[in-house]
Design a binder for this molecule. Structure first.
Ligand code: PHE
Length: 349
């Protein structure tokens, strides 16, 4: 009877007291086990009733133990956790990053050209005069070499300009690719070059809505036997068709570059106003997106390839410009300011 009362009234509200209770009533060394042991010495006649009583005690202790350990667990959980959740508060947004619009467009350009057999090539951003200008037929006095346009890299020791510079276009990679043919020693026949070269380029310009001292280009080159102007046109028509709205107009406008002959600039109908006239196309309905041309035989020869046997075309475009037309970005500075209000607009693209 006393035990019965004690089990019922035992104060179990902490893990420590729970353990005491367990030791006393549940464990093998506890009182109930002890009483079961002493059952042997009880006269046969009483054994049955006392046995039943003991079983009752045992079950009671077990029930209290289970109920109490649940309570103690719950108490511990709520003590460990932060203040209760207020379900009426607005959620904390889970901000995942977005791809930068220039990355999106670069990837798209690469995808379009890869599908028609171009691979992706890379080269240094700090380059010698030869790879950026000389091999590309820029005469010594060409204005593009002028301090106004090109960032020259000073030799640390002398403070004098060296012939190293920050590349002004990714054409340096074209020269390096062509040269590599010459240095090959495997004796295998000429391997056609069909590559695009995305990358950063630098020009000494004042930063404004329309100009930046650093921007991105994708240039391309295709050199093989019998590559003609038609191949250039087909390739760039295909690119424009894949990149822009269906129905986009394209035109080739004669132009000049020291490293291509003939040369053409490529215009497309303005993606912003559809040709009716706006600031982006300066009310002409056309925007220039790329320079291009047949690689000058002298440039091919400069790289040790026979221009009588091999011909090719090259082109180059600015990723910022393509992105501007595709996503109506009217200020170049937005690309580098990292304003999340701008960047978030490209979420999920
Ligand atoms: N390199 C030229 C530029 O940066 C672009 C171009 C590349 C033009 C290839 C013609 C052929 O403006």
């Amino acid at each position: 009877k006393d035990l019965h009362q004690e089990i019922e009234q035992f104060d179990i509200n902490t893990p420590e007291k729970l353990e005491l209770f367990r030791m006393k009533f549940i464990s093998r060394k506890g009182v109930i086990t002890e009483l079961f042991e002493s059952l042997k010495s009880v006269p046969q006649a009483d054994r049955r009733t006392i046995g039943q009583e003991l079983n009752g005690l045992k079950n009671l202790a077990q029930e209290r133990f289970e109920a109490s350990s649940q309570l103690v667990d719950e108490q511990r959980d709520s003590a460990n956790s932060a203040p209760p959740v207020d379900l009426t508060l607005p959620t904390i947004p889970n901000l995942t990053g977005t791809q930068h619009p220039l990355s999106l467009v670069r990837q798209r350009i690469i995808q379009i050209f890869e599908r028609i057999g171009f691979d992706v090539a890379d080269g240094p951003e700090i380059e010698s005069d030869w790879y950026n200008f000389g091999a590309l037929n820029f005469p010594d006095n060409h204005p593009a070499r002028d301090m106004q346009d090109t960032f020259f890299v000073e030799k640390a020791s002398e403070g004098a300009p060296s012939d190293m510079l920050l590349r002004t276009h990714t054409s340096n990679v074209q020269i390096r690719l062509m040269e590599r043919q010459k240095s090959r020693t495997d004796g295998a026949p000429f391997r056609p070059i069909r590559s695009i070269m995305p990358g950063r380029v630098y020009r000494n310009e004042t930063i404004s809505a329309r100009a930046h001292c650093m921007f991105h280009q994708v240039e391309g080159i295709y050199i093989d036997r019998n590559v003609g102007f038609k191949d250039l046109k087909d390739t760039l028509y295909h690119f424009v068709k894949e990149m822009f709205e269906p129905g986009t107009q394209i035109r080739f406008r004669p132009s000049y570059f020291p490293f291509t002959e003939p040369s053409a600039e490529i215009d497309i109908s303005c993606q912003i106003c559809g040709g009716t006239g706006c600031n982006i196309c300066k009310h002409t309905g056309w925007v220039e997106i790329a320079g291009s041309g047949m690689v000058d035989p002298q440039v091919i020869a400069n790289c040790g390839i026979d221009p009588e046997e091999y011909t090719g075309f090259a082109f180059g475009m600015g990723i910022e410009r393509i992105t501007q037309l595709k996503y109506v970005v009217n200020d170049l500075r937005l690309y580098t300011e990292n304003d999340v209000r701008f960047l978030r607009q490209f979420e999920g693209l």
